[in-house]
Design a protein around this ligand. Structure first.
Ligand code: CA
Length: 237
């Protein structure tokens, strides 16, 4: 079994095509057609990943996203959205989704993304030491735990992988393409907005837990290139 996927999609032909493709790739798939049924199913049965249509007949998909994120913190949330709805994407990612796919969904892309998301302990676990300390930030890859000056930082799976990747080589500028390839998938195609949203979430979370006067590295934007994890005085930015 490749993973337990919950599909929440009201469109019958899209749903049937996705379910059949997912089953042919050995996923254990449950399909619900309303937001309420999706939430009930996720509460009753453990799932690894939810594929969530944003245009549902009963509840706003963004609201479903928010509730799933609150009740199922460990599961991966991937939104399905129409090409025209760029705003939906941003709102959905802010509501807790990990990623999004634009309809019509290309099946090769869907499977590449699912593999990337369900690859537990991904590439971040394979390079560098198991515990990475940068100033007062400690990324414990083996325990999948991040602390700042001893206080735990709660990260979603891809936020953790991204921070672990940056912390493996602090003070080094990583290109956007390299980060997408390392943290998400080597065959990534599409927008890198997902990367920016994860960086924004990491910055916010690291800032929230940082006690005054401690040395907490910052994720610095390298214009036209990517990002770098840097230990600097707070007024250096
Ligand atoms: Ca729909």
């Amino acid at each position: 079994m490749a993973g337990r996927v919950l599909l929440v999609e009201d469109d019958t032909s899209i749903g049937e095509a996705l379910v059949s493709s997912l089953r042919s790739h050995a996923y254990d798939v449950a399909w619900e057609r309303t937001g309420a049924a999706g939430l009930a199913r996720a509460a009753a049965t453990p799932v690894d990943l939810v594929l969530l249509d944003l245009g549902l007949p009963d509840l706003d998909g963004v609201e479903v996203c928010r509730q799933l994120r609150a009740t199922q913190p460990g599961c991966v949330l991937v939104m399905l959205t129409a090409r025209s709805a760029e705003m939906d994407v941003v709102v959905g990612l802010e509501a807790g989704a990990d990623d999004y796919l634009v309809k019509p969904v290309r099946l090769a892309e869907l499977h590449a993304r699912l593999r990337a998301h369900l690859r537990r302990g991904g590439s971040s676990g394979t390079t560098g030491p198991a515990v990475r300390a940068v100033g007062d930030l400690v990324v414990d890859v083996a325990r999948h735990r991040v602390t700042v000056a001893g206080g735990e930082v709660h990260l979603r799976p891809k936020e953790f992988d991204l921070l672990a990747r940056l912390a493996a080589q602090p003070e080094v500028a990583h290109s956007r393409e390299q980060l997408m390839a390392d943290v998400w998938d080597e065959n990534w195609f599409g927008s890198t907005k997902t990367l920016d949203v994860h960086v924004a979430a990491l910055r916010r979370k690291l800032q929230e837990v940082a006690p005054p006067g401690r040395r907490v590295p910052q994720i610095v934007t390298v214009r036209g290139h990517g990002y770098r994890l840097e230990l600097a005085a707070p007024d250096d930015r």
